[in-house]
Ligand binder design. Structure first.
Ligand code: ATP
Ligand code: MG
Length: 604
């Protein structure tokens, strides 16, 4: 069992597949920064030259000192200062261009990720978790660091410097050079072992960080539920435990890295000691000059660290795989539009909207609609009523193309919905959803997102129509008042009226109202309804309502039950025939009566 697991780990570790797919993903972003990468390559060549030049400079100046040539020492000093100057400029440039090569790639990758997420279809997107997604941006993408910029350049730099230094040192003394290599292979082996452990640890860390971010996100979003169900202690404890677990994993990570680097240092020191001892022996026998030994000792570390470096590079790749494979999972989800939709002038429906032989299910086990057919006439008001879970809101989702039906189609004046460009389709529809979502920002910010060219006059008119203007005026900063995250500072009814004003401002030819006035009191609802009646004129409108009093004037009422149309007609027709509508009407009538009665009692 353990043997099997080790063999799987080893296979994963040496498999190039994961690494190749990550490189495939980041290649275009690296190529975009080709100038920075070319400059880094030039600086790399300069660095190799400087390494050798400095070592040879130390040797030459030592030998000159031994043989007493002051003039020679002085002229060498000029050379040394020049080398130092070049090295300062080169180091500065290296850091500068490395920052470009790393950060520009990461910025592009983050943009690409958001661009992709925004295009993931609704059914796929509903499986994604906000906290996890956010941790891809804040945490996982940084895992790519060890695959780009100077780390990527190191892949070329390390073997080159190894070969150059080897040839140079072999020229000084081949035997000494070979002797100093005795312990070096241990460096490579330790790199492999630690890389394996680091990959496993890295994967656990990234997974947990995403998990913690999710927990935090839900703690803040659901703060009121947490309060009313007194879950504070439980949420806090859960967070504390996860954090402690993360701390342990980080500790394990640093222990692994600590062992790895100390191991590298021990090997470096031993190599140095072996070279020093054997080199000193050669100097005593006059096989080697003191200067040559100096040069040798100065360079001998370059025969060890490229090996540990390459191994740790590999370990870094493994860590990157652990982080980036999480991002890749999201990027591998099929996006459903090429371009990000944006506002376009809407397209009016001239004749009808038809749902034709449509079958749809969110998940495989239960169909919401089966062979479903309805026709909605253009320019008229159609109301849809029915019990909870009947599929009413789903009709709106389908009509906006959030979800695709498994069979059948939706036709707009005979043209299938699929043939519409997403921007045109969505710009043609103003939707007041069942659950209002508002953005953090001012009232004005939330209203003007409806269309790009809204004037203040239009905005105020829409707010007046939605019976919201007086309230906004009473706010400390009027239309500029901040309404808090998700409009938390507004009441349910105020949020709903804001959503209605926003839909009015969109001025789209198709209007979809999903329980749009459900949170309003009867009087405000009546006023808003009057305004909406005006707005609906000439537009193709579909209203979903539980309170049947609001839809009595609709041109057509469809009664939906368990995904099927069970009745169809005007209010008068339906009220006079036995069926679900009459039952719903009678029970809502009783409810209204009860309310009126209790209000009358309370006012007396
Ligand atoms: N995103 C979703 N994923 C999976 N199933 C869903 C999803 N949204 C809705 N459903 C299911 O689809 C069915 C129809 O839901 P829908 O929201 O259309 O009902 P509704 O008629 O609008 O009800 P209500 O009056 O309560 O708003 C329900 O059984 C619901 O559980
Ligand atoms: Mg609904």
């Amino acid at each position: 069992m353990i043997k099997e697991r080790i063999s799987i780990l080893m296979r994963q570790y040496f498999s190039l597949k994961d690494i190749k797919s990550i490189f495939y993903l980041i290649r275009p972003f690296i190529l975009k920064q080709w100038k920075a990468y070319i400059i880094l390559l030039v600086l790399l060549a300069l660095d190799i030259y400087l390494t050798i030049a400095f070592a040879s400079f130390y040797g030459r100046i030592t030998d000159s000192a031994m043989h007493g040539g002051v003039k020679e020492i002085l002229s060498l000093l000029h050379y040394g200062v020049a080398l130092l100057f070049i090295s300062i400029v080169s180091n500065f440039s290296y850091i500068y261009f490395d920052t470009i090569a790393i950060n520009a790639v990461k910025v592009d990758l983050k943009n690409h990720l958001l661009h992709h997420i925004l295009r993931i279809p609704a059914d796929e997107a509903s499986n994604l978790r906000t906290g996890e997604l956010m941790s891809h941006f804040s945490n996982d993408i940084h895992g790519i660091d060890s695959m780009i910029g100077s780390s990527l350049i190191s892949l070329i730099r390390l073997p080159i410097i190894y070969i150059v230094v080897f040839i140079y040192l072999a020229n000084i003394n081949l035997t000494l050079c070979l002797v100093s290599l005795i312990i070096a292979p241990i460096a490579g082996l330790s790199g492999i072992l630690f890389g394996l452990l680091l990959r496993k640890n890295g994967r656990e860390i990234h997974h947990l960080v995403g998990n913690i971010q999710n927990h935090l996100n839900e703690s803040f979003q659901g703060i009121n539920v947490i309060r009313s169900f007194t879950l504070e202690k439980m949420f806090y404890q859960k967070y504390k435990n996860k954090n402690q677990e993360l701390f342990q994993l980080e500790l394990e990570n640093s222990k692994l890295r600590g062992w790895y680097y100390s191991g590298g240092q021990i090997i470096s020191s031993m190599t140095f000691l072996v070279s020093l001892s054997v080199g000193a022996l050669y100097v005593s026998k006059s096989v080697l000059s003191v200067g040559a030994l100096f040069t040798f000792l100065n360079l001998v570390n370059h025969l060890v660290y490229p090996l540990t470096g390459l191994a740790s590079q590999w370990a870094g790749f493994q860590r990157s795989v652990a982080a980036i494979e999480r991002v890749m999972k999201v990027l591998n989800k099929q996006a459903d539009v090429m371009e990000l939709p944006s506002f376009l002038p809407g397209r009016a429906v001239e004749k009808y909207i038809k749902f034709e032989d449509l079958s749809f299910s969110y998940s495989e086990n239960k169909n919401v609609f089966e062979h479903f057919n309805i026709e909605i006439p253009a320019g008229k008001v159609t109301a849809i009523v029915g019990p909870s879970g009947a599929g009413k809101s789903t009709l709106f989702h389908l009509l906006q193309g959030f979800y695709k039906p498994q069979a059948g189609e939706i036709l707009l004046d005979g043209e299938p919905l699929d043939t519409f460009d997403t921007s045109t389709l969505r710009s043609s529809i103003a939707h007041v959803p069942q659950e209002t979502f508002l953005f953090a920002g001012s009232v004005k910010d939330n209203l003007t997102i409806a269309r790009p060219d809204i004037t203040d006059k239009e905005m105020i008119l829409a707010a007046q129509t939605a019976q919201l203007h007086e309230f906004i005026r009473s706010l400390p900063d009027g239309y500029e008042t901040e309404i808090g995250e998700r409009g938390i500072k507004l009441s349910g009814g105020q949020k709903q009226r804001l959503a209605i004003a926003r839909a009015i401002l969109k001025n789209a030819p198709i209007l979809l109202l999903d329980e749009a006035t459900s949170a309003l009191d009867t009087e405000t609802e009546h006023l808003v309804k009057e305004a909406l009646d005006k707005l609906m004129k000439g537009r193709t409108t579909i209203i979903i309502a539980h309170r049947l009093s609001t839809i009595q004037s609709a041109d057509q009422i469809l009664v939906l039950d368990e995904g099927k149309i069970v009745q169809k007609g005007t209010h008068n027709e339906l009220i006079n025939s036995i069926g679900l509508y009459r039952n719903l009407y009678e029970s809502s009538y009783k409810e209204n009566k009860k309310q009126e009665l209790s209000m009358a009692v309370s006012t007396h």
